[in-house]
Ligand binder design. Structure first.
Ligand code: G1P
Length: 289
């Protein structure tokens, strides 16, 4: 079965973006003029999702406003000559269903994913962490293809310099895999110290998982910080069924920090046909070369 649900955890309070996130959810940070949430939903839809499950917090009502259909906005965007964007907006809440569920306490990513269980039921599902914005849907599509083919979970991976591993889930791949994967994941540890990290292969925020991960989430215990780690559930799951790791080959921006977001905005402005020419000219002059 192919994953048709896409779970997007968006309940975090975004403290790294204070004071901006005092009033506006970080998922609505604009990448030029399109919210990161829209780009992440576009990616899920391009990979085949027809039902988005947004795991939100009751205080983040602007997220609900954003996913509510608005024909007036779609019409304005279309009239401004941006028909392709209007088409993407028109899908949300119409052809693509959106269900909002709530995570009422900051109990970690494992808990957030568990909050989607009642909607997802027994089906495989995509999981997209909206802090990360991808260049296209190829990573997620490869994960969905893998899950559909094998009936088991798949996670997106990337190699990073060893100094960066402690910010991520880090995997151990079974020996013998081709250098560029896919890998059979036999171990995974959340945010290890650099010296304890098993590799430099990190999990990026794209997964396609089978519903039995919900049972594993129910069994794991909170870590010292009170959070349920999705990583612990994935490790438990990998002990009973294969978990495949696939290397990302497209662009990826981690917009979870102001610096990462700034890079995403500048890169995407330079990639946007309607913005790039003027922006490049200004930037070149501004930087004096
Ligand atoms: C989460 C996961 C981690 C993964 C990362 C990808 O961490 O827990 O395993 O590597 O996303 O961005 P977070 O960024 O929520 O701390």
């Amino acid at each position: 079965m192919r994953a048709r649900f896409a779970v997007i955890p968006a309940a975090g309070l975004g403290t790294r973006f204070y004071p901006w996130t005092k009033a506006v959810p970080k998922e609505l940070l604009p990448i030029v003029d399109v919210p990161a949430l829209q780009l992440v939903m576009d990616e899920a839809i391009a990979a085949g999702a027809t039902h988005i499950v947004l795991v939100s917090h009751v205080s983040k009502t602007p997220l609900e406003t954003y996913v509510a259909p608005s024909q007036a906005v779609i019409d304005k965007v279309r009239a401004s000559g941006r028909g392709e964007l209007a088409d993407r907006l028109a899908l949300i809440g119409n052809d693509v269903k959106v269900t909002v569920v709530y995570q009422d306490a900051p109990l970690g990513l494992g808990h957030a994913v568990g909050c989607a269980r009642n909607v997802v039921g027994n089906e495989p599902f995509m999981l997209l962490l909206p802090d990360e914005v991808m260049g296209d849907a190829s990573m997620l599509t490869a994960l969905a293809d893998s899950c559909e083919r094998t009936g088991t979970g798949a996670v997106g991976l990337m190699r990073v310099p060893m100094e960066e591993v402690s910010a991520y889930g880090v995997v151990t791949a079974a020996p013998g895999a081709p250098a560029d994967g896919p890998y059979d994941i036999v171990g995974v540890v959340e945010k290890p110290a650099q010296k304890d990290a098993p590799s430099n292969l990190i999990i990026i925020g794209r997964y396609v998982l089978t519903a039995d991960v919900f049972d594993e989430i129910n069994k794991i215990v909170p870590q010292a910080n009170g959070e349920l780690y999705l990583t612990d559930a994935l490790l438990a799951q990998s002990n009973v069924s294969p978990l495949t790791g696939i290397l990302n080959t497209t662009a990826r921006w981690d917009t979870g920090t102001p610096m990462g977001w700034l890079k995403a905005v500048v890169d995407n402005a330079l990639l946007r046909a309607d913005v790039a020419t003027d922006f490049r000219a200004w930037l070149t002059q501004r930087l004096g070369n």
